[in-house]
Design a protein around this ligand. Sequence first.
Ligand code: DGY
Length: 420
Amino acid sequence: MTQMDIETLDRRAREILTANDRGGYTLPTAGLYPYQWNWDSAFAAWGFARFDIDRAWQELETLFSGQWPSGMVPHILFHKPDPGYFPGPEVWGASNGPIPSSGISQPPVAATFARAVLETDMEAGLARARGLFGKMKDWHRWFMAWRSEAGAIFITHPWEAGRDNTADWDSAMALIDPEGVGEYTRRDTAHVDPAMRPTKADYDRYIWLVQRGRRLGWDDAALARDAPFRVADPTMTFILLRANRDLAALADALGESRAEIDSWTQMLIAGSETLKTPEGHYTAINLRTGAHTGHITNASFLNWYAGIESPEMMAELQAAFAASPYPVPSHKVGAAEFDSKRYWRGPTWAMFNALIARGLLDMGHVEEAEALRSKTASLMAQHGFAEYFDPLTGAPAGGGTFTWTAAVWLAWASPSAGAK
Ligand code: DGY
């Protein structure tokens, strides 16, 4: 990549963030995702911090303006109606917070990126970080109260982990009979090739679970009783563990107490161990049966991000490098469920690789972190800022001009970012 290529790509990535900006919040991509999504926004803040620090803080502040009194931060904030998306606010029926929203949360990367933004803005940023600190702590407390199974964080809907149709949910989804879900019209397949999206069987169950939540008024205690979908998830567990460590660092920077946060960290470390299979791999657990799914997904590789060393996962990482010239895919190449184009069942995601590489770098695996960065950078340089990519050919898939892909280019993959 020449200096000119890098400058062109940096400019293009900034243009994508600016074009997806709706004034205070950023859409993941217009059309397919026309609202504010929780973890997409936190990634956007990381990207904005490269060229507009005020806008970076604002992204996080707008996200927390939708926080529910319980501490939960919804996975979608429906700031303005948009008929191009299903299921919209009328389907969720969630009026528990200050802004119409979904009724579930998403992986809590916000504290990690708030810390990263603060590191680029130590002077002026302290006041902004202080404004967010208590809200982030309330959110983490909500996870520990309502989503912890002995320190492993579970999800109650596939959309909660962000990995909508990963094979990790298959056994739990098979236990759901979506009887009475009724007719509905999907909008996602009008924007993207259906072969790149979840199946109708998946959607029936997604919507059935939303209908159940709505019926129960999105009340945490009611939802927890006999939850039909309950899967302990490496994405959530490792991301909350990492975010907790970053929240504790923010507590130190702000002169706040970190005792409660540290106690959660200890619980999450113990919970992470329960995700480990006898082979030493981190996989999801279907809590309705107690069985590990046994699938090696991109979430399995977040152990370093969470501060956990694993020779077994390092061997898997080397196997992934040998199987494909592209960065870590969402499902192991060659596994029975692998589907190179279908969303979280095979495609490689730049944002996930950014998290994996951050963890590797923090734990001293400099060579592997740099390999992931340069593989991801080449992918974007050749195929643009797509939502995800085919891990066999590199072909772009899903939505185009994607906010978090552009953000991770700016903050991490671009040679101009200094690989942090
Ligand atoms: C979707 O609509 O595809 C989203 O992933 C839900 O969050």
